[in-house]
Write a protein that binds this ligand. Structure first.
Ligand SMILES: Cc1ncc(C[n+]2csc(CCOP(=O)(O)OP(=O)(O)O)c2C)c(N)n1
Ligand SMILES: [Mg+2]
Length: 602
């Protein structure tokens, strides 16, 4: 159990302080630098206590959902917990999507909600909502503070639980009268929570068993998830992969854990993963999962996932192990601690033949697109990767553009990919990018949204303009809820039900919020528009890219199917500026033949 000395006595220990003052002082003890919030009746006392505080920056978002996504963007990029403060009732319920989002992707948030006075709880009081009840299934833990004397311990525990073990959101509900009660300030120096003792050091014997299997493997694959990013273990992962000579595929959340410029990179796996990553997982004899959870968007049909592989799983959360896929060697521990030990125990493998097979797959089935006059979203993202060299924080929304960003950006660094994976929340990008901009990383922040998702939280343009945040905001406008349209095209006989979408004039909308904006409509404008945006240094800038309307994301393994059903990118040719698709996504054709060759050691 952690036992760092902090707070304790010191100024204020002798004087009586209100709960609101104690709360603010506790945030200072927790070294909170930025608070994303929105005031109201139940938190007016807390906001009063914040009024004269200069060491916490409060960002007044324009919607509480924006505050929670911003806190998540901040947490993902900075590695520190994101902190939110909202009022009771509607203020609290507006955070629900953001909390669920953080829960699904294991992002540390501490969300403080105002609550009606204790004696009125349960009376359907004005702006009362049982937010502790509502958020029970979507928080790692939550609290209702009933006594001001419990306040500092609760805040201390909330930060500890949010950031330790498998991180996640913690909610603390603060009744108005409790925040007005007075007591002495004493900040606990350590935390002791019975029945919560996350294990971080992997079991020595299991690590040795894993090392033995690795040493014997002929066709190993590392399957790396967001846990590696969250535990800041990208360097340890890279050292391990390179010592062993093991190819690396990452999940959507794992992008950046291993540089895609590295020779062992397979890119992303799963439903819209690269052809070669999915083939490698399908035919590998050893799958080393690190900080990943075998999500259905990764596995497709679980029974057919990595059918020939022995599975090693390193994860800090024991509940994640053998949850979806049976694991042969479980190692419960923090990737940052486990990987260096594993690296010491293994030697370099002779994976030359296996890497050669993968090289062939890469050559035969690369990620690709053609360009004509019309802009392709793939081209926008590819160009962004080329111009930035991967040195940018890219925050996406949810839909086709998100998958193209995962596929075509050059992911090089941990904590540069900010995207809603588990929950898949449209409207995430703009506020999350805003939070990312407060994280203080010396990299440009690029928000990429679809026309649909952008409209879900575009109110935050004003917050962004107010703080003159140097965001590059790209709206990929295909006139459709593209990802749903793609499914309707491929699996619902092209019956486009409620997916065609009109939009405001995004350039005028941005300008109305005080954000500079431009529009690109032809593919020869893409590079210039991106260069203009990246060079702009007078605050935020929005670029609307009007792109091909009915484009699809490939490769694709349809939901709950297998590599056998993988649709590769169709063959396209450019004909006088128009892109002609010669045939639609083609399913797997030579996997079986290739398999025979692998077995024969060719
Ligand atoms: C809040 C929310 N509502 C609905 C969905 C279902 N959904 C997933 S992708 C998508 C379409 C997104 O359209 P757009 O933002 O224009 O992005 P595109 O796919 O066109 O790139 C929808 C409706 C969702 N993920 N989130
Ligand atoms: Mg769209």
């Amino acid at each position: 159990m952690k036992a760092t000395q902090r707070g304790g006595k010191g100024p204020g220990a002798a004087v009586l302080m209100t709960g609101a003052e104690i709360f603010v002082r506790s945030l200072i003890e927790e070294k909170v630098e930025v608070l994303f919030g929105y005031p109201g009746g139940a938190t007016i006392g807390i906001y009063d206590a914040l009024h004269d505080i200069s060491n916490i920056r409060h960002v007044l978002t324009r919607h509480e959902q924006g505050a929670t996504h911003a806190a998540e963007g901040y947490a993902r990029v900075s590695g520190k917990p994101g902190v939110v403060l909202v009022t009771s009732g509607p203020g609290a319920t507006n955070t629900v999507t953001g909390i669920a989002d953080a829960y699904m992707d294991s992002i540390p948030l501490v969300v403080f909600t105002g609550q009606v006075p204790l004696r009125m709880i349960g009376n359907d009081a004005f702006q009362e909502a049982d937010i502790v009840g509502i958020t029970r299934p979507i928080t790692k833990h939550n609290y209702l503070v009933r006594d001001v004397n419990e306040l500092t311990r609760t805040v201390r525990e909330a930060f500890y639980i949010a950031t330790s073990g498998r991180p996640g959101p913690v909610l603390v509900d603060l009744p108005k009268d409790v925040m007005a009660q007075k007591t002495h300030f004493h900040y606990p120096s350590d935390v002791s929570i019975r029945s919560y003792n996350p294990v971080t050091a992997g079991h020595e014997k299991q690590i040795r068993r894993a090392a033995e299997l690795i040493t014997k493997a002929k066709r190993p694959v590392l399957y790396v998830g967001g846990g590696v990013i969250l535990s800041d273990a990208a360097d340890e992962l890279t050292a391990f992969a390179e010592k062993v000579g093991c190819p690396v595929t990452t999940t959507l959340q794992g992008l950046g854990a291993y540089p895609e410029t590295g020779r062992l990179s397979l890119g992303m796996l799963g439903m819209h993963g690269t052809w070669y990553s999915n083939m490698a997982v399908h035919y590998c004899d050893l799958l080393i999962a690190v900080g990943a959870r075998f999500d259905d968007r990764v596995t497709g049909k679980v029974e057919a996932f990595a059918p020939e592989a022995t599975v090693i799983h390193v994860d800090v959360d024991p509940a994640a192990i053998s949850k979806n896929v049976r694991v042969d060697v479980p190692i419960v521990g923090d990737a940052k601690q486990v990987l260096p030990i594993l690296t010491r125990h293994v030697g370099s493998l002779n994976t030359g033949d296996w890497l050669l097979t993968i090289e062939q797959w890469k050559a035969e089935h690369p990620l690709r697109y053609q360009t004509g006059d019309e802009i392709r979203a793939q081209h926008v993202i590819h160009t962004l990767g080329d111009i930035t060299g991967g040195d940018a924080i890219v925050v996406t929304d949810v839909g086709q553009h998100q998958m193209w960003a995962a596929q075509f950006f050059t992911w090089k660094h941990a904590r540069t990919n900010v995207t809603s994976g588990g929950l898949g929340t449209m409207g995430f990008s703009l506020p999350a990018a805003m939070g990312a901009a407060f994280a203080g990383r010396d990299l440009p922040v690029v928000s990429i949204s679809g026309d649909g998702g952008f409209q879900m939280n575009s109110q935050e343009l004003t917050t962004i303009a107010q703080h003159r945040l140097p965001l590059k905001i790209f709206v990929i406008n295909n006139g459709f809820l593209g990802m749903v349209r793609q499914w309707q095209e491929l699996f619902w006989r092209k019956r486009y039900s409620q997916v065609e979408m009109t939009s405001p004039d995004f350039v005028k909308l941005a300008e109305a919020h005080g954000v500079r904006a431009l529009r690109a409509t032809r593919s020869d404008e893409v590079e210039g528009a991106i260069r203009t945006a990246m060079a702009f240094d007078e605050g935020p800038i929005l670029v609307e890219f009007v792109v091909a309307r009915e484009d699809n994301v490939y490769p694709m393994i349809p939901a709950n199917q297998t590599v056998e059903e993988m649709l590769d990118t169709p063959v396209e040719v450019s004909d006088g500026g128009h892109i002609v698709t010669l045939h639609k996504g083609v399913a797997h054709h030579n996997a079986r033949e290739r398999h025979v060759r692998i077995r024969a050691g060719q």
